[in-house]
Design a protein around this ligand. Structure first.
Ligand code: CCH
Length: 291
């Protein structure tokens, strides 16, 4: 499958900045959502799950076709709860009918990262809605949080990411929460779950024990018993090929921001062919536009 970026006729930076601003305003109007997490985590997870089905070896999956509304991808257990993010964004598909689902869902993630205090995420438009069921990825492409480090390493390698990029991407767990009704896991990774920071790595290096409960195996922090880590998060600390990056990012938020920006930008574009020399957009935050 060749997935060539095609920007709708006559659309440019300002048009997409307008969509960005509308999404940002709606996030701002709903800061109380999910116990104060807002929509940041939900939108970043949506952008990642629409992109993370990618397989480099056969160029299948990825964000291009906006296929998550179709079965079996829509029923993938790992996508449980993401209709919330898709529904949040759908009014912008009505207001801006020229935007594709893939562009809207990935742009939502960019807005969420930037507006919660994260780095600038270079982003390019041109994904096209695909109605062909043959292009809808099968479940099993997105990670299962009960697994170990080798599994995480192999899964991200399937998308074309190295160990450094893998660790950088999972730092997005600074945002949002786990919900028993979605995944069986419960709680936020830390107290600042509506702010994009390097806090995930700082906390991961602290003390953790297995949570005593009836639910799935997860970890809770020794200090307060109120924050969580998934088994796959803990694996970043257990494996020598991952922990060096955890330590670097815990020490140096600027480095994390730089590496996250590059890897996340790449994630959102996996499998898409862009015209030679096409320049990504760097959107202004709401704050920058008010200055
Ligand atoms: Fe994640 N993530 N993620 N994750 N994730 C969950 C929630 C979020 C894994 C498992 C889970 C990335 C990598 C991994 C977010 C962003 C990213 C949940 C809870 C599970 C389980 C879902 C629920 O219950 O609602 C596993 C396993 C991996 C890799 O090993 C990557 C990469 C990213 C982004 C770049 C965000 C944000 C959330 C919070 C969602 C919310 O609703 O607040």
């Amino acid at each position: 499958v060749i997935k060539i970026a095609q920007v709708p006729e006559g659309k440019g930076f300002e048009d997409y900045q307008n969509v960005y601003n509308d999404i940002a305003a709606k996030i701002e109007d709903n800061l109380d959502f999910d116990g104060g997490a807002g929509y940041y985590g939900q939108l970043v997870r949506l952008s990642w799950h629409t992109s993370g089905t990618y397989t480099k070896s056969d160029n299948t999956g990825g964000s291009y076709g906006g296929t998550m509304i179709y079965s079996p991808e829509s029923f993938d257990g790992e996508n449980a709860g993401l209709a919330v993010g898709r529904d949040f964004l759908i009014e912008f598909k009505d207001k801006y009918p020229w935007i594709s689902r893939g562009d809207l869902w990935t742009l939502g993630g960019v807005v969420a990262v930037q507006e919660s205090g994260g780095p600038k995420i270079p982003w390019r438009p041109g994904r096209k809605d695909i109605y062909d069921r043959a292009t809808v990825p099968e479940p099993g492409k997105l990670p299962d949080a009960s697994k170990d480090g080798k599994y995480v390493r192999d899964l991200f390698k399937r998308m074309g990411f190295n160990d450094r990029e893998t660790v950088a991407l999972i730092g997005a767990h600074c945002l949002g929460k786990c919900h028993t009704y979605n995944s069986g896991y419960d709680g936020p990774w830390g107290p600042s779950f509506n702010m994009f920071t390097n806090d995930f790595y700082v906390r991961l290096l602290g003390g953790w024990h297995v949570k005593k409960w009836d639910g799935k195996k997860q970890y809770e922090d020794d200090e307060t018993n109120s924050f969580m880590m998934l088994p796959t998060d803990m694996a970043l600390k257990e494996e020598s090929y991952f922990i060096k990056y955890v330590k670097e990012y815990a020490k140096d938020q600027d480095l994390f921001f730089k590496d996250f920006s590059k890897a996340y930008s790449t994630l959102l574009e996996l499998g898409i062919s862009y015209p030679r020399g096409s320049k990504p957009f760097i959107f202004k935050t709401v704050d920058e536009q008010e200055e």
